[in-house]
Design a protein around this ligand. Structure first.
Ligand code: ZN
Length: 224
């Protein structure tokens, strides 16, 4: 029996398969690690981008990007009346206050523009009233009835919740005489008009900017 020459038998190990396989495995593991690191890096970048864009938006949880806490839709929260302390009037720029926040945006823009121009002339326009809740308006009316002795007398100064332009956010009252006089003189440039002959402090958006103000009503009881 002839022995098979040894050189005809070639072990797979002699070709280095196990060694090659180990190298391939290490390369595959390395490729997987690189892929995982790359995916993690992309995820981190995306999270940072999302957080940045989210914090950069006026997000208020309402789901509507156009809304911000300064718009009327955000108010009233429970119990808000819009009441302002007469001894501590507020700026028309106090948009965190419901009396300003709930104003008709066009009126708010107009009084802010007027206040900025007045400020440049040394006149400080502040508000003693803006938006009021219907409940608050009703309490003002009942207090006025008690003070004046009759609803007829009270209605000359205080409207019903149904008639009041304050309840709809369409009226503002100006603190102090001089700023009110300034606004009576120049307000029409912003569309702002004094609307009652007996209330030098009460203004509404009643004309187009630069237009002529309508004739004043005698008092609030004439407003419907
Ligand atoms: Zn008023």
């Amino acid at each position: 029996m002839t022995r098979q020459p040894r050189e005809t038998y070639v072990s797979p190990e002699r070709y280095g398969f196990p060694k090659t396989s180990a190298v391939v495995m290490r390369r595959r593991i390395a490729a997987i690690i690189v892929a995982v690191l790359a995916a993690a890096s992309i995820a981190v970048v995306m999270v940072i981008a999302l957080v940045t864009s989210a914090t950069g938006m006026p997000f208020d949880g309402s789901g509507a990007g156009a809304n911000s806490p300064t718009t009327a839709d955000a108010y009233p929260a429970d119990g808000e009346t819009g009441a302002i302390d007469l001894n501590d009037p507020i700026s028309p720029f106090s948009i965190e206050h419901p009396a300003v926040a709930r104003l008709d945006p066009a009126l708010r823009d107009a009084i802010q523009a007027a206040a900025s121009d007045a400020e440049a002339e040394g006149v400080s326009i502040e508000l003693t009233s803006g938006w009021r809740s219907a409940d608050y308006q009703a309490s003002l009316l009942s207090n006025a009835i008690a003070d004046y002795g009759s609803e007829e007398a009270a209605r000359e100064f205080v409207s019903t919740p149904q008639a009041s332009k304050h309840v709809t956010g369409e009226a503002i009252d100006i603190a102090r005489v001089d700023p009110a006089l300034w606004l009576e003189q120049y307000g029409n440039a912003y569309g702002l008009c004094r609307t009652f002959a007996n209330e030098s402090w009460h203004f509404e958006l009643a004309t187009t900017p630069g237009g002529e103000c309508p004739a004043m009503l005698a008092d609030a009881s004439e407003a419907q």
